[in-house]
Design a protein around this ligand. Structure first.
Ligand code: F0G
Length: 405
């Protein structure tokens, strides 16, 4: 296992207890500090003996690859999207399609590392709060590991595909009368009393696995650093993980410039965007977040301050998009490129389009949009925002008329 230690992001204290998710003295978030010395003598291609996927990057991970709980996560396509790029005015546009992960979202990258760690420390029950994808992923990895799993979901606000997955993989599914922030508060209390091992992105091991999306993008672009990476922001774990990966590559000298990290939120749920607009490095939580992109319907993002740092440090940006813009971008990606993503993921494409219109993105930039989850996660939204099937009688004439034959 690559050498590492756990430290408190706020007070810098080293933490020995591997079960904790916050600092016992100051309550700050914990982060993993990897010892990257061995990597300084290596080149990216030295890792290519292992197929592309999360575990190719084992020297960057605080987990033992020979004891991993894996369902072959990562290794997702990076599509060059010329037709979409023409439409929204970006000359060199790519989409990293995280919907191709085993449970259909980027969460599997963090979960393979997080659940491997849960096994290492002897946890018996794992749990999380979730807007849906984290619970689907945790349920699958817990099943693979033979662990009990409890997931806490905001009542009535989880897309059908995600709910079905958590039920199907055998988790105990608890419906909370409140939003994601409330569900997270409850599960954190249970974790504090050590009734379960918490696998939300506040867990310092989870973001470590999520770093791999950045390592893959770099491999897939042959280490030509994109000008900008755009991604949706909810609880803000993913943008923080991508930032950490960038800093690690910079530290070992594998990259000499950094991509501008650009976070997109839904207009009804945008605490990070508000903070960015007023140039603050902390945010004010929102009480009643609301958006069709239920995955990012979060008012009090746990890693919000980290996200703001990621954006400021890389010279990036944050903006919001309306539900209408999200659905329009979802359709555009589907119809121009044949790529199906869920609404939250389409927020990155909607944000790209808006930032071109605002003049923030230069048309000549090399841009990667991370599209975090599969379209099939949320079939109800697709059915309610697209043309219904056309009823036909058995006679061919009517059918020919419809088809214009
Ligand atoms: N996109 C999708 C599809 C998501 O499911 C999430 C988060 C995000 C983007 C935002 O990522 O939270 O790291 O900023 N989903 C979490 C969940 C909250 O419970 O599944 P983030």
């Amino acid at each position: 296992m690559a050498p590492h230690k756990i430290i408190c992001r706020e007070c810098g204290r080293t933490i020995e207890d591997q079960y904790l998710d916050t600092c016992p003295s100051c309550g700050g978030l914990l982060v993993i500090k990897m010892d990257l010395e061995p990597l300084k003598a290596m080149r990216p291609k030295d890792l290519h003996k292992v197929p592309i996927g999360v575990w190719r990057y084992a020297p960057f991970l605080p987990a033992d690859p020979s004891a991993k709980v894996s369902i072959q996560e990562g290794g997702t396509p990076l599509y060059k999207c010329s037709a979409l790029g023409n439409e929204i005015g970006i000359g060199d546009l790519h989409v990293k399609y995280e919907g191709a992960n085993p449970t259909g979202s980027f969460k599997d990258r963090g979960m393979t590392v997080g659940v491997s760690h849960a096994m290492e420390i002897g946890a018996k029950i794992v749990g999380c709060a979730s807007t849906g994808n984290t619970s689907a992923s945790l349920a699958a990895y817990a099943a693979k590991a033979g662990l009990k799993c409890a997931v806490f979901l905001p009542s009535g606000k989880v897309a059908a595909g995600k709910l079905a997955q958590a039920m199907f993989f055998g988790a105990t599914v608890l419906s909370v009368d409140g939003n994601f922030d409330e569900a997270l508060r409850i599960v954190r209390e249970l974790a504090k009393e050590r009734h379960l091992y918490l696998l939300n992105s506040i867990n310092p091991y989870r973001p470590e696995g999520q770093k791999s999306v950045l390592f893959e993008i770099m491999d897939q672009l042959s280490y030509e650093v994109p000008d900008r990476i755009i991604l949706p922001v909810g609880n803000a774990g993913n943008i923080s993980a991508v930032h950490k990966a960038i800093m690690e590559l910079e530290e070992i000298g594998w990259i000499s410039k950094v991509p501008m990290l650009t976070g997109i939120q839904a207009e009804g749920s945008m605490p990070i965007v508000r903070a960015f607009n007023s140039k603050h490095d902390d945010f004010i939580p929102e009480e009643n977040p609301e958006t069709i992109a239920t995955a990012i319907r979060i008012g009090n993002p746990v890693s919000g301050r980290k996200a703001l740092k990621a954006i400021y440090d890389t010279g990036g940006h944050a903006t919001s998009v309306t539900d209408e813009e999200i659905i329009a971008a979802q359709k555009l990606l589907g119809r121009k490129e044949g790529v199906g993503v869920e609404p939250a993921s389409a927020a990155s494409v909607a944000g790209a389009k808006k930032l071109v219109e605002m003049g923030v993105i230069d048309k000549k930039e090399k841009v990667v949009c991370i599209c975090t989850g599969n379209a099939l996660k949320d079939p109800d939204t697709i059915i309610s925002t697209n043309q219904s099937p056309i009823r036909v009688s058995k006679g061919l004439l009517g059918i020919k008329n419809i088809l214009g034959l």
